[in-house]
Design a protein around this ligand. Sequence first.
Ligand code: SAH
Length: 608
Amino acid sequence: MKGKVIIAGAGPGAVDLITLRAKTALEQADVIIYAGSLVNPDILAFARSDSEKINSAGLSLDEVITVIQNAVKADKQVVRLHTGDPAMYGAISEQMNELDKLDIDYEVIPGVSSVFAAAAAVKAELTMPGITQTAILTRRAGRTPVPEAENISRLAANNASLALFLSVADMPGLVKDLIAAGRPAETPIAVVYRASWPNEKIVCGTLADISEKIQAAGIKRQAIILVGKAIARSGEKSLLYDSGFAHGYRGTAQELKFSGKTALYAITRQGALKAGEISGGLNNAEVFVPEGLTADHSDFKSFGSNKLGKLLRLNWHLYDAHLFVMAAGIVVRKIAPLLEGKTVDPAVVVCDELGNNCISLLSGHIGGANRLATTVAGITGGNAVITTATDTRKLIAFDELAARNNWQVCNPEMIKVFNARLLAGDSIDLLLPEDVFEKHYRDIRGLHQIVTIEKAEHPVVVLNCKKDTGLPCLRLTSTGYAVGIGCRLDISADKIEKAVRAALNTAGLKLQMVKCLASTDLKRYESGLLDFATEYSLLIRFYGKKMLNSVKTPHSSPRAEKEFGIRSVAEAAAMLAAGNDHLILEKQKLDGVTVAIAAIVPTGSNNE
Ligand code: SAH
């Protein structure tokens, strides 16, 4: 009679996570060949004390097979014990091939894979209804390559949950691949070290902060990485919403991200490749390259040779940011004629063709170029080059504070004065929300939080306060804006966006400050308008004729009155949506689209 071979999964580590069938096999085994340090010694204790226990860590395939062959010949029961489930990275197929050749019979007993122990540890469902119905089990290429078509930057280009084995050693590389696959920086990610062992460690974060956290936790191996929205199940018990996580995920990371619309430009083949890689990692981006370079990139837009300057003039206010993958000198010359001032100029970032240096060149704070440069460096694995003095001193400049919160600086001429005081450590009183003070300014020399404007003794930074103090004052406002829109039938979303951006620019406002759009209910099914609103997650309010005609507006539209009996669409809708008569931009028309803007006056204690 021949002995028997059983290939069995030992489970992730915990003694009681082995199957009853595998436990029985161990109890009956004469020879056990186990897979190194990931098999808990307490599991080996299920085996008889007189059984032979061999660590396979130091053995070659041939040596393992020889041990098995000899044991079977001697009519012994053999258990080849793998961690987790043998079917995942167990290298069992090569063993089974050899056994087939030798005509040795074997059986496989499944085990609880570490991937499921990790999911259990973070209490996640990998196939969460409404999010994804797929989980991808994989690894990232390291010393062991993976087939090119299974590169993470390809595999992850969807919403599926990902579980990665053997990949924790290079987290920055993994994050880069995931961003390249189009996963947003705020994507939840959890790393579980030694799942189910007594020294199990769970580190949760987002693509934006996980590398740092893993380095701090000192995790270099023996971990499963889980990625995707399903990992951050909403609800009170979710680990990802514990206080430490909430700070990283919903606070800092979100606030530090550049969320505007970006135009990328490249003029060489290498540059075009890099621009494609970067645009894949940004939320809303379009790439422009010279005519000859679009062949490999069907989604790129092209411009005629030597027409970059002209294109830039057209694009300048249609995008929140312009990112150039080329020499800085070219960029400086091209943008020079377009510059107007720090509150209206878009962000400009320059990056070399390898993505090694991402330079914030213009509108670092209000325009967000510093944040964009940092985001881009995160994608390319390069260095963000930031030269604004406050940032190099790790201080949050007041215009940067405003930009991060989508607040507006009412008197931008004072920015310089106040940032200089901040840098010099001179006294400044702050009438800002308590949490803002606590987060950014608490421990900074010279800064004092005050509770009413009457308490101000030094130059003062205020939010939503109009009172005059007689002291130098930097005024910020969280006012949101309602944008009223009237348009011809069947107008494209692009044209609407163009007209809205032009109007905002005239008023010195950013799209992020817009809280809602408004129009007549005759436009309820106007697809261009609906598409524009959807793209920027903006609410649209529609008003009937009666409502619109009840508002007294500066202008009336004879055409709308004649055709629909409505005196004013854009101005009246903006004022209705804002709930007051603070029209800050009277109607302005561009290419068949009329736009007017009204301020939604903030409510708040400082607002007197
Ligand atoms: N067959 C095993 C995987 C073996 S490959 C299984 O199904 O789990 C080894 C890799 O598995 C490790 O590098 C690590 O990524 C993962 N792994 C194994 N046990 C683990 C555990 N308890 N916790 C976290 N990761 C584990």
